[in-house]
Ligand binder design. Structure first.
Ligand SMILES: Cc1cc2nc3c(=O)[nH]c(=O)nc-3n(C[C@H](O)[C@H](O)[C@H](O)COP(=O)(O)OP(=O)(O)OC[C@H]3O[C@@H](n4cnc5c(N)ncnc54)[C@H](O)[C@@H]3O)c2cc1C
Ligand code: SF4
Length: 329
């Protein structure tokens, strides 16, 4: 059968959050939430995922928009990446997020792709995307972590049977900005720090986030504490035009009297979650942004990295990106 044909599914288009939550609750694991569809439709067309029902979130006004609040900025989950990268408030106060959103895929994908979809997207490992029955798909092997496995995109840290990485560019920025994820279900609301929202294979090998069936990410809150900081975002990919990161770095820092007084820094595409570099933060806090400090930061960042057969290049890449983030921010 042609892989261009999508399998049949029921499509729901709720216009209120309550209606969407009822549907998500009733359908449970059978419900596939869909926003811009840029990740979802690939899965359906490749027939690697065959949901019974798809709940389209894009008609729900309450999930859309960028609002300034007393605590900072709140961005609705279905706000598109284009809206985020072009929004004057985001550009002025949370430029790191605007930069990360601008580096996602192509303009066409950013026009449809949403913040929620970008944060909740599944792993991009080719074996898994192709529909092979690996550990993440419920099977009992990892095709990437074999002597011949194609693993140049895969992880340096946090491997646990699965060696896939976090593919989301905005996730790395969200961790650096200490964002809060607003999650709703029919039982109520819970707020989860970005750093805890993403989960690795040791916690649950079949999911990338803490979201349970029936839960919807409704918004992301960016706290005032990191607004207006000095930011650095850099992503290295095989193609400069549009491609997933081989390694990315996102940093937010305040500089007082020539020294870094506060910093949060994270790398993308090196672990199954955005990797916050807490030890680097400790090493550079209170220090000037010199070449020497930046070099130490880079060396510290890659300590404990475990390479696979074809991803050794990621170690110096990560080291250099972290060095540049500290030196050039
Ligand atoms: C060619 C190509 C290149 C790409 N390049 C990049 C890249 O460089 N960087 C990058 O970061 N991404 C990239 N992507 C991945 C992704 O498609 C886009 O990032 C896009 O942002 C996904 O958003 P969406 O709204 O279209 O997601 P959807 O496909 O609608 O959803 C994606 C996933 O998130 C879940 N989801 C969506 N919204 C919610 C919500 N509110 N609550 C709970 N779950 C939700 C869905 O169930 C689904 O599992 C690329 C995709 C393609 C096809
Ligand atoms: S890296 Fe993860 S997703 Fe890829 S084949 Fe191995 S188990 Fe599957």
């Amino acid at each position: 059968m042609s892989r261009d044909m999508m399998p049949h599914f029921e499509r729901y288009q709720p216009e209120s959050l309550e209606n969407a939550l009822d549907l998500a609750n009733q359908l449970g694991p059978d419900a596939w939430l869909m926003a811009g569809g840029q990740d979802s439709l690939d899965w359906f067309k490749d027939r690697a995922k065959r949901p019974a029902a798809v709940v389209d979130l894009t008609r729900i006004a309450a999930l859309h928009g960028i609002r300034e609040t007393e605590e900072g900025l709140e961005i609705g989950a279905t706000t598109t990446l284009t809206e985020i990268e072009r929004n004057p408030l985001v550009q002025e106060k949370y430029g790191l997020l605007a930069q990360a959103a601008r580096r996602v895929a192509s303009p066409q994908i950013r026009n449809a792709g949403t913040l929620g979809g970008n944060l909740c997207q599944d792993a991009r490992c080719w074996y898994y995307r192709y529909g092979l029955n690996c550990y993440r798909a419920g099977g009992n092997t990892c095709y990437a972590d074999t002597p011949q496995g194609q693993n140049r995109e895969h992880c340096l840290f946090g491997a646990s049977r699965c060696v896939a990485v976090s593919p989301s560019d905005t996730a790395t920025a969200a961790v650096a900005l200490d964002a809060r994820m607003v999650i709703r279900s029919s039982k109520g609301e819970r707020i989860v720090p970005a750093e805890e929202f993403f989960i690795g294979p040791a916690v649950n090998i079949t999911r990338m986030t803490v979201l349970e069936p029936g839960e919807i990410l409704t918004a992301v809150r960016f706290p005032k504490e990191w607004s207006g900081a000095t930011y650095y975002f850099e992503k290295v990919a095989d193609r400069a035009s549009w491609d997933f990161a081989l390694v990315s770095v996102a940093a937010a820092m305040f500089i007082e009297g020539g020294n870094i007084s506060r910093i949060r820094i994270a790398c993308g595409a090196v672990e199954c979650v955005p990797r916050r570099l807490k030890v680097v933060e400790q090493v550079v806090t209170g220090s000037p942004k010199t070449e020497e400090v930046a070099t130490l930061a880079g060396k510290t960042a890659v300590q404990g990295a475990t390479t696979l057969n074809f991803n050794h290049f990621k170690v110096p890449l990560m080291e250099n990106l972290v060095r540049r983030a500290i030196r050039d921010a």
